[in-house]
Design a protein around this ligand. Structure first.
Ligand SMILES: *[C@@H]1O[C@H](CO)[C@@H](O)[C@H](O)[C@H]1NC(C)=O
Ligand SMILES: *[C@@H]1O[C@H](CO)[C@@H](O)[C@H](O)[C@H]1NC(C)=O
Ligand SMILES: *[C@@H]1O[C@H](CO)[C@@H](O)[C@H](O)[C@H]1NC(C)=O
Ligand SMILES: *[C@@H]1O[C@H](CO)[C@@H](O)[C@H](O)[C@H]1NC(C)=O
Ligand SMILES: *[C@@H]1O[C@H](CO)[C@@H](O)[C@H](O)[C@H]1NC(C)=O
Ligand SMILES: *[C@@H]1O[C@H](CO)[C@@H](O)[C@H](O)[C@H]1NC(C)=O
Ligand SMILES: *[C@@H]1O[C@H](CO)[C@@H](O)[C@H](O)[C@H]1NC(C)=O
Ligand SMILES: *[C@@H]1O[C@H](CO)[C@@H](O)[C@H](O)[C@H]1NC(C)=O
Ligand SMILES: *[C@@H]1O[C@H](CO)[C@@H](O)[C@H](O)[C@H]1NC(C)=O
Length: 663
């Protein structure tokens, strides 16, 4: 091999190592127990990074490939590198955080994979220092900062808050790559949330000037001000921007900060500063179908969903397409560790589903965000749709009368002048903070026509008394003799009271709450129970078993189409009632719908009413194995960590190599 070949071989190797494989990420932290005790605190530090999936050079410690097997077997992706401590007297408390992460998401079409890792650090109280992840490179095709090094910085802070607790940093979530059409102004909202529910959240552009910013360190490497001309509304983290060049990416580097109150906000002294970096990609106005697909539900964007630890969570991402021949070929997601995704389903023309299933672990206590975007066969990307799973909390369930008799009232045959209706919930609830949460009364005898509806967001007819919610008609009720009626509810008609107020699940099942109106023309209303009620054991939640006596009914139960209704609740009952009624069965006009036992909620920033909830020590048990997986860095890495000049040398070396490569 002659010298020329040798040098190009070396350059080739260096290109590989420093190639463009980074796609953004975030660093956050929270105390396992926010109440200080003793002189130290256990802080759970979480890193999340995205990579170019096709970038794989195992001999250089870089593997970015991920597929379903990687996710289900907790395989790792990323660079064999570390998150370091910026020079500080407190760095002795920090040991390097391995930047290989457990893969959670990948997209074949966008060529991206993402992973997450957490690690518990025991730190003294009343200290603060900055941690950062620095390396290279961002990709070449950037509007600004192509082929530059990345820098992701966060400040750890164990000072007590004025309220005496240890702070939790905010959490923000995004997809790693977001497609937007060029030459159109776009508005992109980033969901911010904070477990310390009264904190004021702000987001700002990351800043490279270490003497100026909170982290006292470079926060954005080469992608500072990476979206030329973009405006940022700091209070709700909304970016208003226009991309001008098709085929180029723009790097977005934000810092999300939490302030204790208006005084500290005015003084610009946040308690923490969380990085969030991702990419916009500009595409030219497509010929043909220019309508991107849309994610339409089945929950609203930015919903909050209570998910008990250990429960089997099943959620649907539902996408609509709008053009002939438009199909969904891929999803890009950002999900919690352990969440599995189904293949893309196409249940009906123009509708596509992705089914998520996940069993949250106790280490995942608190908010765990999920985001998805659908990609069609023209590479158009849908809106970003994000929900937050609030792990360790229940959402209120409206109790099914078939499970606990008397949980809704009245049922069975009632008088025409009945104006008072009530239902019970599994939790103490209040009025939801958003409108569009309706309870519908429908006439089953007349094809399910809505005869009355109340928006729980504001309707004065609806009163929340804790476990029982009451609906009182102000006017003459619309009931007609001998008609059958049933009640349906949209998601979120009631709202839990902790943190973000997880909302109740929608109820679409027409057999959930049924009553009929007494017909004076028929002399005897015969509601006969042919099978005696039995005492059954009902498991309403994995944690509690209730024994109830179904004989304790308030009114006669008219259970019409028990055999045809399938409702998936986490309950089991052996109660069988058959009924002969005076009018024809409503079964023929009722479409049987399956309502998943799911849970709903509203925006994070608003409804937060209760303070931080205390962690359990169970978290230690689960983080143990993860800690064992974290292999300590090789000598070189330690050396690099304690030697800031090495970093500068690394940058210079890279820049030199890039000049060589370009020339
Ligand atoms: C931390 O600071 C708070 C407030 O200044 C003080 O009350 C507390 O004793 C300090 N704790 C330790 C362990 O230094
Ligand atoms: C950094 O910010 C400080 C304070 O605002 C300013 O004095 C300094 O000139 C800035 N440095 C650079 C390199 O912009
Ligand atoms: C963000 O705040 C701006 C200014 O207050 C407002 O106009 C905009 O509607 C808000 N956006 C969202 C998504 O709340
Ligand atoms: C903010 O909190 C500090 C410390 O508790 C307090 O002194 C100050 O009055 C508060 N400011 C506001 C506007 O509530
Ligand atoms: C979770 O629920 C899904 C769908 O209901 C089911 O397919 C899966 O087997 C369940 N997983 C566990 C571990 O129970
Ligand atoms: C409703 O009608 C029944 C029978 O007509 C009557 O007994 C009852 O008092 C009425 N209730 C009210 C609140 O008017
Ligand atoms: C909900 O609707 C009521 C009545 O239209 C209105 O007064 C109220 O401001 C709305 N609330 C919200 C949060 O939009
Ligand atoms: C009931 O609704 C179905 C579907 O909307 C419609 O086809 C049918 O004509 C309706 N029947 C009556 C009696 O309104
Ligand atoms: C990071 O962890 C991987 C295994 O998960 C290990 O192979 C690697 O050496 C570790 N790197 C550092 C820098 O600790």
């Amino acid at each position: 091999m002659n010298t020329k070949h040798l040098s190009s071989f070396v350059i080739f190797q260096i290109c590989l190592v420093y190639g463009s494989h980074f796609r953004g990420g975030t660093l956050t932290w929270r105390p396992l127990n926010a109440t200080p005790s003793g002189s130290s605190v256990n802080l759970l530090v979480r890193e999340r990074f995205s990579w170019r999936r096709s970038y794989n050079y195992p001999s250089y410690g870089i593997v970015c490939y991920c597929d379903d097997t990687t996710i289900s077997t907790a395989g790792t992706i990323g660079e064999n590198d570390i998150v370091q401590c910026a020079p500080s007297i407190y760095c002795s408390y920090w040991s390097p955080l391995n930047t290989t992460t457990f893969c959670t998401d990948y997209s074949t079409i966008l060529d991206v994979s993402s992973g997450e890792r957490t690690r518990v650090y025991t730190l003294p109280l009343n200290i603060s220092f900055t941690i950062y992840y620095y390396s290279g490179n961002w990709l070449a095709d950037l509007v600004k900062g192509g082929n530059t090094a990345w820098q992701v910085s966060n400040r750890i802070n164990t000072n007590l808050r004025p309220d005496g607790y240890i702070n939790t940093s905010p959490v923000a979530v995004t997809l790693p790559v977001i497609y937007k059409e060029v030459n159109i102004q776009h508005v992109h909202v980033i969901q911010m949330s904070d477990f310390d529910s009264n904190d004021i959240l702000r987001c700002r552009w990351a800043n490279a000037n270490s003497s100026y910013n909170t982290n006292q360190y470079d926060e954005c490497g080469g992608i500072c001000e990476g979206v030329p001309g973009a405006q940022l509304i700091q209070a709700n983290c909304t970016i208003v921007f226009t991309l001008v060049t098709a085929g180029l990416y723009a790097g977005v580097a934000l810092q999300i900060e939490d302030f204790y109150n208006a005084t500290t906000l005015a003084a610009n002294t946040p308690m923490s500063s969380v990085p969030l970096q991702f990419l916009f990609y500009g595409y030219a106005t497509p010929v043909g179908c220019s309508m991107p697909p849309q994610i339409v539900g089945n929950r609203p964007n930015r919903a909050c969903i209570g998910t008990p630890i250990g429960s089997n969570v099943t959620e649907y991402v539902i996408v609509e397409t709008y053009c002939p021949g438009q199909t969904i070929v891929n999803f890009i997601t950002s999900s919690p560790v352990g969440m599995e995704k189904s293949a893309i389903l196409n249940p009906s023309p123009g509708v596509y589903n992705l089914i998520l299933s996940w069993i949250p672990l106790s280490t995942q206590y608190g908010p765990e965000p999920f985001c998805a975007g659908a990609i069609d066969n023209n590479n158009l990307q849908s809106n970003q749709w994000c929900v937050t799973f609030l792990v360790g909390f229940d959402s209120p369930d409206v109790i099914r009368p078939k499970v606990v008799q008397g949980s809704v009232s009245p049922v069975g045959t009632i008088f025409q002048n009945q104006t008072f209706f009530s239902f019970q919930t599994t939790k103490f609830v209040g009025r939801p903070n958003r409108n569009g949460t309706n309870i519908y009364f429908r006439d089953a005898t007349n094809n399910g026509t809505i005869v009355a509806q109340f928006d729980c967001g504001w309707a004065p007819e609806v009163t929340f008394t804790g476990y029982t919610t009451v609906i009182r008609f102000n006017n003459t009720p619309p009931w007609q003799p001998a008609h059958f009626y049933y009640v349906t509810m949209e998601g979120g008609v009631v709202s839990g009271t902790e943190f973000c107020g997880p909302e109740s699940a929608p109820i679409k099942d027409p057999t959930y709450w049924v009553f009929n109106i007494w017909d004076p023309a028929v002399s005897s209303t015969t509601t006969t129970t042919t099978t005696p009620f039995t005492t059954v054991t009902i498991t309403t939640r994995p944690t509690s078993t209730t024994s109830i006596n179904t004989l304790l009914t308030t009114t006669g139960i008219v259970l019409t189409t028990a055999a045809t209704s399938t409702t998936t609740t986490s309950t089991s009952t052996t109660s069988t009632t058959t009924t002969s009624v005076t009018t024809g069965s409503t079964g023929s006009t009722i479409t049987t719908e399956t309502t998943a036992s799911v849970i709903y909620s509203k925006d994070f920033e608003k409804a937060c009413k209760y303070p931080i909830v205390i962690m359990t020590t169970a978290i230690f048990a689960v983080t143990g194995p993860i800690q064992i997986l974290v292999m300590y860095a090789a000598f070189m890495k330690f050396e690099k960590m304690f030697n800031p000049t090495h970093i500068k040398a690394k940058t210079r070396h890279k820049q030199r190599m890039e000049r060589i490569i370009r020339s």
